[in-house]
Design a protein around this ligand. Structure first.
Ligand SMILES: Cc1cc2nc3c(=O)[nH]c(=O)nc-3n(C[C@H](O)[C@H](O)[C@H](O)COP(=O)(O)O)c2cc1C
Length: 361
């Protein structure tokens, strides 16, 4: 399938998930195969335009992830257009607009799902972005704000008119958050009324469901969120089913190895990478770049490293709240990882649980 001029080898995509779909996780998913597109966690347009360090980190991606889409949020057409230009300047393949986030902190700023309540304004945002960049601009929305305001079909048409190259619909309202289930009939209706590709999102946790959704409805593709956090092989397995093959069973050793690789990628982010591998947004001169960190006095460097290790441990805790679901004795692993105090301890816990040979970094 194609989005604008970008070819996707598979119609399955890793959904954007704040705090979860960082560049390391996206790379690991891509390496397992079957995933046609990865989308970043949501990135603030305001932060991008102002060059705020944390925001710039969220927007980073690597060559290995292509095709890659960077999702931005915001409600100001000019800033969103400027942010889209920054994303384009970083060489990303697509820029996606978040119209689905129900979190009040985001929605109260006229961004996320609250854009769905102001269709004309939402159209102005997407139109400004589509005029500002050459890469495809896509939109991810929910069914609507609440049961009384289900307007995805109408809004999606407006987005198409405004220049969007594809739409993704999570078939729940903002009021539902994650309760109930995603309305795939509504998603099919949206898809049937548009000429641009529509991705459906919500509740695909088994690889066969991804294939089923494609066969059932009129969607061009399927986004997978939580199902990929539980089972990063879901895309590879769905692609096998689509080819008429039996999906491969994933061994405990592979599951353990995935976590060890994730720890290593997070730990060694930005070190020893070939030139051109990592794409970063322009940094303001005051930011603490890796070169600046290297020139810090030793005590400060140790503090930076300690902070980084803590961040890695927290990332593993966050992933494991999903990854351990459905694993035999998964709660034991979750509890053990929550108690990990160092990277070595973390690796030992993973190696023990999955009965991997002693780990050496
Ligand atoms: C932890 C988490 C973070 C999420 N963050 C985002 C986000 O940043 N942007 C977005 O558009 N959707 C976000 N979503 C929604 C997902 O992209 C997806 O639409 C939703 O989870 C339904 O799909 P699923 O049932 O496959 O998880 C998030 C979902 C989860 C669980």
């Amino acid at each position: 399938m194609k989005i604008g001029s970008i070819n996707l080898e598979q119609p399955f995509a890793l959904a954007p998930m704040a705090g979860m779909t960082d560049t390391a996780f996206r790379r690991l998913v891509k390496r397992r195969g079957g995933c046609g597109l990865v989308i970043s966690e949501m990135v603030s347009s305001e932060g991008l335009v102002r060059g705020i360090d944390r925001t710039l980190d969220y927007a980073e991606y690597t060559e290995e992830e292509r095709p890659v889409s960077i999702q931005i949020f915001g409600g100001d057409p000019e800033k969103m257009a400027h942010a889209a230009q920054i994303v384009e300047g970083m060489g990303a393949d697509m820029v996606d607009v978040n119209m689905g986030c129900p979190v009040p902190k985001i929605a109260k700023h006229n961004a996320g799902c609250s854009l769905m309540r102001e269709p004309e304004h939402a159209q102005a945002v997407v139109s400004a972005m589509a005029k500002a960049v050459k890469i495809p601009v896509t939109v991810k929305m929910r069914a609507g704000w609440n049961d009384q305001e289900i307007n995805a079909p109408e809004l999606a048409r407006r987005m198409q008119d405004a220049g969007a190259a594809a739409i993704a619909v999570h078939g729940r309202t903002a009021a539902q958050s994650y309760s109930g289930s995603s309305d795939w009939d509504l998603i099919s209706r949206v898809a049937g009324a548009l000429t641009i590709p529509v991705f459906g999102s919500g509740d695909c946790v088994e690889p066969s469901q991804l294939v089923q959704k494609l066969q059932d409805g009129r969607v061009a593709g399927v986004l997978v969120g939580r199902g990929a956090l539980r089972n990063p092989w879901i895309f590879e397995q769905a692609a096998a089913i689509a080819r008429g093959e039996r999906p491969r069973e994933i061994s405990p050793a592979e599951r353990g190895q995935f976590l060890l690789e994730y720890i290593d990628l997070l730990l060694h982010e930005r070190t020893g990478e070939a030139e051109g591998f990592r794409h970063v947004a322009p940094t303001p001169p005051s930011a603490l770049s890796p070169a600046a960190i290297a020139s810090c006095p030793t005590a400060e460097r140790t503090a930076v490293a300690r902070g980084h290790h803590k961040w890695v441990i927290n990332k593993l805790r966050a992933l494991n709240s999903w990854y351990t679901k459905g694993l035999d004795n998964g709660s034991h692993l979750r509890i053990a990882i929550n108690s990990a105090e160092s990277i070595d301890h973390l690796r030992d816990i993973v190696a023990d649980f999955f009965q991997l040979a002693a780990y050496s970094a």
